[in-house]
Ligand binder design. Sequence first.
Ligand code: TXA
Ligand code: MG
Length: 333
Amino acid sequence: MKTEFLQADDANIEKCAEYLRRGDIVAFPTETVYGLGASALDPKAAEKIFRAKGRPATNPLIIHVADKAQIETVAVVDDRSRKLIDALMPGPLTLVMPKKEVVPSIVTAGFDTVAVRMPDHPVALALISAAGVPVCAPSANTSSRPSPTMAQHVYDDLCGKIPVILDGGRCPLGLESTIISMTENPPRVMRAGSVDVSAIEAVIGPVNKESVMIDSLSSLKKPTHFVPKADLVFSAYYDGMFDEIADYCDRMARSHGRRPVIFCTDGNAGRYGDRPVMKMGATVSEYAQSLFEKIREAEKENYDLIIAEGVPLGGLGMTLMSRLMKLSNGNVI
Ligand code: TXA
Ligand code: MG
């Protein structure tokens, strides 16, 4: 299959909406990462997503909607969920709610719940709106690869396996949405993500955050999730780790023949002497935005070991650390 690469202008958005309407799949940008979309009401179309990604049929998809009213067509929305929808959507928040009959079971992997979000990205919203159906979409990477934050990443993973990529530039957030289960009491954070949990708690009160890091660990049992070609280790602390990181880097290079690179914030780049570094930006949100991109860059430059600085756990720091935990298979220095 030839993979078309289309700039996200009005004509091409309409062309991709037509692909979706006729049961084909389309890679498209969102504010978090690129998604690989299909009509959420068409089981044959959804099946194509699983095949292209090599995604296990046990892993359900998120349904993306173009407006808030569309959420009620696929999910049963209670008062608490409605408050979150009013306050935080569109945005990088995914709610897991009881599903409606109309959603085929392949989309929810047989669960009686459905994950729904309204992306805060003009191209995603225009595409879903033009398609006229809700769009189920996982991240547009091959299963076990980091999520794509640029159209080129999608191309690198899925060229020849999907008909079209809608290029809307770099995803502004770079990390996936926060997922929260609304069918439990209190609601439970299932995946730390780009919405800070404190913003959720400000709307509906305390939520269960206990499983955020444990979930990261339990992902170790799913060997297919998040395996970069380069190994990744990270420091659990952000302060005073420079010597440990530098020593570890030297040891891996000299005694183990590795090609390590250090992921560090801009301000720390000078602390590692002439060891190879990749600058991740000045702030935690810049670090988060560039993480997946820099991993792919490091692999292209044939580094085989990424040593990532940790960050403080507050806010987005928690999300970033949970991703580092997954990417590293729990390898902390
Ligand atoms: O930011 C994002 O969420 C991106 C963009 C494309 O929207 N999507 C994304 O999708 O990260 P994916 O498939 O890579 O991750 C979705 C996660 C999976 O871990 C899946 O298990 C979970 O959502 N999920 C989906 N439906 C669920 C359900 N009914 N119950 C529990 N978890 C669910
Ligand atoms: Mg994914």
